[in-house]
Design a protein around this ligand. Structure first.
Ligand code: HEC
Ligand code: HEC
Ligand code: HEC
Ligand code: HEC
Length: 282
């Protein structure tokens, strides 16, 4: 092979290299600007016919409809545009009834965002039992759609699965529990945690509402992001002297973001127990 030919090949190879690099940059760019649905679409929370998870319902290719509706949502708990009938809080046995002597915080009745998660994870109601079906009920195949996949029967999570949290919450991390044993005031936006083994949460007033969260960055940035541990403000629990003001509580979505493609829907990776150590000082 003459040197000219070799140089031409080398140049061509460099050209291909540049092209590949440009493609790589383009792909990375595309990944960065992927719309949110591209995340949930590839998870077990895509229950529609196009779902890549284990369980699928043939009646629709929609994704959000199993949880949200743009109109006529359930308002019995503070969950955005919720499209499912919520279970009765009294059907659950809460963590505090286990009777550990170390628990400081007050456990409220199952509510807030947790009861929304449990409207599927209690393993009682079919996951296709929504308030508003797609297309104002005009899509008749939603009614006749069938479930497939090994982890459900008729859209109800099966017994024995770890994903079936069930109605007995004594074997689950406490939810509906005051953060840090209580002691924070949402009105004053400050306070002292009764249990000193917790990180002080951050707060901000957004549109007149005080929101609380625990920053997960090594150097807290003081900004609420979906990768922080979100706390959910709940009113004073009736009959509990320790709380007079609405306070931040830990709920299912404090640790989980139902839309993320992170493993087990965690807000951050749990390497080195980073999830646990973002709240607990241990
Ligand atoms: C498996 C149930 C589920 C599905 C499916 C689901 N969501 Fe959600 N979504 C929730 C829950 C629960 C919350 C409240 C969680 C929170 O406080 O972060 C929520 C909150 C939201 C919020 C407000 C909070 C935020 O993160 O901005 C938006 C917007 C939202 N969902 C949009 C969508 C869209 C769009 C889809 C479909 C592409 C979708 N969701 C699918 C359960 C779901
Ligand atoms: C519309 C029904 C529905 C709702 C509402 C729902 N989930 Fe799920 N979730 C599922 C199904 C189905 C699976 C897959 C179960 C299986 O195959 O074992 C799942 C799986 C999970 C998993 C395990 C994922 C994995 O990779 O193993 C977690 C964690 C989870 N959900 C958390 C939540 C939380 C937290 C909420 C509320 C913010 C919520 N889910 C609301 C239906 C739901
Ligand atoms: C304090 C943090 C925290 C809270 C609150 C929490 N979870 Fe989890 N959850 C986790 C972590 C961490 C994992 C991952 C466990 C693992 O991978 O070993 C997990 C795993 C799961 C799984 C997958 C099954 C498993 O054990 O791997 C499901 C389903 C689930 N959570 C649902 C819920 C629901 C529903 C609620 C509310 C009733 C909830 N979680 C509340 C931290 C939490
Ligand atoms: C969003 C903050 C938050 C995260 C994240 C979190 N916890 Fe907790 N945890 C709490 C709160 C609040 C309590 C209640 C403490 C109390 O009132 O005594 C608690 C209680 C506990 C308890 C003690 C319950 C008792 O009976 O005394 C254990 C054990 C525990 N958490 C372990 C974990 C582990 C393990 C993880 C990680 C998988 C984790 N927590 C993640 C907030 C959190």
């Amino acid at each position: 092979m003459g040197w000219k030919q070799g140089a031409a090949q080398a140049k061509a190879a460099r050209g291909v290299g540049t092209l590949l690099m440009a493609l790589a940059v383009a792909v990375i760019g595309m990944t960065m600007y992927m719309p949110a649905h591209a995340q949930i679409a590839s998870t077990r929370h895509n229950l529609g016919a196009s779902g890549t998870g284990i369980n699928k319902f043939s009646g629709t290719t929609e994704i959000c409809v199993f949880c949200h509706t743009p109109h006529g949502a359930d308002t019995s708990a503070a969950v955005p545009l919720w499209n499912r009938t919520l279970p009765n809080p009294n059907t659950f046995t809460t963590y505090d009834s286990l009777g550990t002597s170390t628990l400081d915080g007050k456990v409220a009745p199952v509510g807030s965002v947790s009861i929304a998660c449990l409207s599927c994870h209690d393993g009682v109601t079919s996951m296709s039992a929504v308030i508003n079906q797609p297309g104002s009920g005009l899509v008749t195949d939603f009614n006749t759609g069938t479930w497939s996949g090994a982890n459900q029967i008729g859209g109800v999570l099966k017994d024995g699965l770890i994903t079936k949290i069930g109605q007995d919450l004594r074997n689950d991390h406490p939810i509906g529990i005051q953060y840090g044993g209580g002691g924070l005031s949402t009105t004053a936006r400050t306070g002292t945690l009764r249990d000193g083994d917790f990180k002080m949460p951050a707060n901000a007033e957004i549109n007149g509402t005080t929101v609380w969260w625990v920053d997960t960055e090594a150097t807290p940035n003081g900004t609420r992001q979906k990768t922080d541990m979100l706390l959910y403000t709940r009113a004073a629990v009736a009959g509990y002297v320790g709380q007079t003001d609405p306070e931040p509580f830990v709920e299912c979505a404090s640790c989980h973001d139902p839309h993320t493609s992170n493993t087990t829907f965690l807000r951050i990776k749990n390497d080195g127990s980073a999830v646990c150590l973002s709240c607990h000082v241990k």
